[in-house]
Design a binder for this molecule. Structure first.
Ligand SMILES: O=P(O)(O)OC[C@H]1O[C@H](O)[C@H](O)[C@@H](O)[C@@H]1O
Length: 540
């Protein structure tokens, strides 16, 4: 395996002087360095990958036996070795009836029966058959959850805005009281359904927000507050303590990771907003990507290619971050969602066997929708000293068909950015620009330094017909499997998250100190900050 890494590094050195733009001397470059699955296109031709690099990267994938690893995940093997769990979010969206066994038991009947329970509930709330305590309709839903119990449903509900015909959905995650306070301030408890979503039902933020919401409901509804509650959890024994009726609890199993959970009961807000049929289409899209991932040769396999491009940029080119830039306002929360998916999965420093990793693992993922980002941080993308591979997402067709001009401008901007990143502007061209702006002589040269763009900056583009539930499902599953591919090549466990524990433990120990107990055991900075942050009795 080391030999392949070394060959990749040598190839990078040898090809360093070949600009990306020059690779288009090959008229077939776009066709050869793009791939398609069910109308979802991945264009990775505007990167420095050539066929030698791609062949070597595919050898890496074969060396770690990626095919077998994909099969192990889909078959329900315990691939999350530090938590002793299978990883079966794919089962939540499986469309076929082929049994998927965990400890010898087919999990599909249970998954489908809970989905049926969700559908009955969602239909009831949407039609008004399931009523609020005063016999009226639920017009609003608050999902209280955090991390995977928030980001997925919040991102997807927003992404499917054009399909909303159910109650309005609100998401409260932060333990900062401002979040729940500001949300409740605009809602009527008589019309509001509260879903408490937590895989473990122990997460302090969610439990605290749930208690506050309960107080708010009880103040208006008294003992009838339970009519306005539902829960989503793997810990069904804990939900009763909040007074949630068992038939309003939607369970799932520990083989669904939090950040992979929106396909099951955690997706209840999505189903309430857009209805069970659209939710099924969303699952179908993800399942189509699963089938593609399992059965397509690696060379044409979208998640594999996306993962290999990531490895090339991160490990071989040394680019430590990637920017996710959806030219799709409805995908506004995709970068935040992908931050958890990618960085919580692959932000690891040891391999499965506990040995230190010899090279970088997951990159920093960040981003904002285009065109907004163009007027903010793209300056750095084009002329900064750091190279950040960009990932553009764009639909052929918008939902707002009466605003075609907007969508044309959006597309033109998206394509202009990837072209500008690749093409750049030479010093000579920049001098011409300076001349046109009225600069002369030495001033022309000085200005040309500022007006030139180095170019040769890589990007990929993911293009889809329209942001339908199906294509949204495909896109999310594409990213999930990209994370899987990269994690498999690094040899890490992408399905645990021990790195979030220490801060939680320290917060528990710090709470009494925030409330006035002695902080003597703490370091100077923590003591100093505790003192600065102590609430002043005469605060205005
Ligand atoms: O769904 P919950 O059990 O409340 O967990 C919510 C979140 O909290 C944790 O800190 C994990 O880092 C996340 O992976 C998880 O999604």
């Amino acid at each position: 395996m080391e030999a392949i890494w070394q060959q990749l590094e040598s190839h990078r050195v040898e090809s360093a002087n070949t600009p990306i733009l020059s690779l288009f001397g090959d008229a077939e470059r776009f066709a050869s360095f793009s791939a398609d699955s069910d109308d979802l296109l991945l264009d990775y031709s505007k990167t420095s990958l050539d066929s030698t690099a791609l062949d070597l990267l595919l050898r890496l994938a074969n060396h770690v036996d990626l095919d077998a690893k994909i099969k192990a995940m889909s078959d329900g093997d315990q691939i999350n070795t530090t938590e002793g769990r299978a990883v079966l979010h794919t089962a939540l969206r499986a469309q076929s009836d082929t049994p998927i066994l965990v400890n010898g038991v087919d999990v599909l009947p249970e998954i489908r029966s809970i989905r049926h329970q969700m559908e009955i509930f969602a239909k009831g709330v949407r039609s008004g058959e399931i009523q609020s305590a005063d016999g009226g309709r639920f017009t609003d839903v608050i999902n209280i959850g955090i991390g995977g119990s928030d980001l997925g449903p919040a991102m997807a509900t927003l992404a499917l805005t054009p399909y909303h015909d159910g109650p309005r959905c609100h998401f409260v995650s932060n333990v900062d009281g401002a979040h729940i306070h500001d949300t409740l301030a605009n809602l009527d408890p008589q019309r509001t359904l509260v879903i408490v979503a937590s895989k473990t039902f122990t997460t302090i933020e969610t439990m605290t927000n749930a208690e506050t919401a309960l107080v708010w409901l009880r103040a208006a509804l008294g003992d009838n507050a339970a009519d306005h509650l539902a829960a989503v959890s793997t810990a069904q024994d804990k939900t009763a303590a909040l007074g949630i009726a068992p038939e309003r609890v939607f369970g799932f199993e520990d083989w669904v990771g939090g950040r992979y959970s929106l396909w099951g009961p955690v997706g209840l807000p999505i189903m309430l907003a857009v209805g069970p049929e659209n939710f099924t289409d969303f699952l179908r899209g993800a399942d189509a990507m699963d089938t593609h991932f399992k059965s397509t040769p690696l060379r044409e396999n979208l998640p594999v290619l996306l993962g290999l491009v990531g490895i090339w940029h991160n490990n071989i080119c040394g680019y430590g971050s990637r920017a996710v830039l959806p030219y799709d306002q409805h995908l506004q929360r995709l970068p935040a969602y992908l931050q958890q998916l990618d960085m919580e999965s692959n932000g690891k420093r040891v391999a499965q066997d506990g040995s230190a990793l010899p090279r970088a693992s997951g990159p920093v993922v960040w981003g904002e929708p285009g065109t907004n980002g163009q007027h903010a941080f793209y300056q750095l993308l084009h002329q900064g000293t750091k190279v950040v591979p960009a990932e553009f997402l764009i639909a052929a067709e918008a939902h707002e068909s009466d605003l075609q001009h907007h969508h044309n401008l959006l597309k033109a901007n998206c394509l202009a950015q990837s072209e500008a990143l690749m093409r750049g502007r030479s010093h000579a061209e920049a001098r011409d620009v300076a001349a046109k702006r009225g600069f002369e002589g030495a001033e022309q040269d000085r200005m040309a330094a500022h007006l030139s763009f180095p170019g040769d900056r890589p990007s990929i583009t993911i293009a889809y017909p329209k942001l339908t539930p199906f294509h949204l499902g495909q896109i999310i599953a594409l990213y999930e499997h990209r994370v899987f591919t990269e994690g498999a090549i690094w040899g890490i466990n992408s399905f645990d998250q021990w790195g979030v524990e220490l801060g939680k433990e320290l917060a528990v120990a710090l709470l009494p100190m925030v409330e006035g107990a002695s902080a003597e055991t703490k370091d100077g900075s923590t003591k100093g900050l505790l003192s600065k942050l102590a609430a002043s009795p005469n605060q205005t």
